[in-house]
Design a protein around this ligand. Structure first.
Ligand SMILES: Cc1cc2nc3c(=O)[nH]c(=O)nc-3n(C[C@H](O)[C@H](O)[C@H](O)COP(=O)(O)OP(=O)(O)OC[C@H]3O[C@@H](n4cnc5c(N)ncnc54)[C@H](O)[C@@H]3O)c2cc1C
Length: 168
């Protein structure tokens, strides 16, 4: 089975009076403000700027800039422009297996998986949330709980005999 998934901007983007692109992202200027509406700021998957990847790192960095820009606006200062700093990219590929690319370094397999765990754990905000996540992960790992569940709709079985008891 080959399974692919993608992300797209939330439907809220269709209500902002601008045309979202095919990923559902709305065009924003370099300060992440909506053209014609400087009071509206857009970050993350919804922000269409430089075709940046729809990743948590982009959303976090954009949110930080928008936070400081809102402060600047309330204090009458100029807003700053967004500059993405690529800190690397990583993903889990399965149990004990992950990939990570940090600058010129590439890791895969168990080491890549451990790096993914540590980086994501460190980035969780509060100690309580971090502890709960760690306990959840530990439980899933020890119980060999598969995190992905698929609901698959059955196709009509044209020409095939009905299974026993299907007519009841
Ligand atoms: C399966 C999957 C795996 C992923 N894996 C990774 C990964 O390994 N690394 C990585 O960096 N990124 C990953 N991503 C992408 C990452 O999750 C997103 O890029 C990131 O969450 C974007 O943050 P955001 O704040 O823009 O959007 P979100 O995190 O989606 O937050 C938007 C929030 O707005 C809320 N919302 C929407 N519409 C409204 C409304 N009308 N009113 C009020 N609230 C509303 C939503 O409920 C949601 O809580 C993954 C995404 C998916 C789907």
């Amino acid at each position: 089975m080959v399974w692919t998934a993608g992300v797209r901007g939330a439907p809220l983007g269709t209500k902002l009076g601008v045309k979202p692109d095919r990923s559902g992202r709305v065009p924003v200027c370099r300060s992440l403000q909506l053209a014609g509406h400087p009071e509206v700021m857009v970050v993350g998957d919804l922000a269409g700027l430089d075709n940046l990847p729809m990743l948590a790192q982009v959303a976090i960095q954009e949110a930080r800039l928008v936070g400081s820009n809102i402060l600047a606006m309330t204090e009458g200062r100029d807003v700053a422009e967004f500059q993405y700093h690529d800190r690397g990219i990583m993903a889990t590929v399965g149990r004990n297996s992950g990939i990570a690319q940090i600058g010129p370094f590439q890791f895969s397999g168990f080491i890549g998986w451990v790096i993914w765990l540590v980086v994501h754990l460190v980035n969780i905000l509060t100690f309580r949330a971090r502890l709960l996540t760690l306990l959840n992960w530990a439980w899933d790992y020890l119980a060999v709980d598969r995190p992905i569940r698929l609901l698959v709709g059955a196709r009509p079985t044209r020409g095939l005999p009905e299974p026993p008891g299907a007519e009841e």
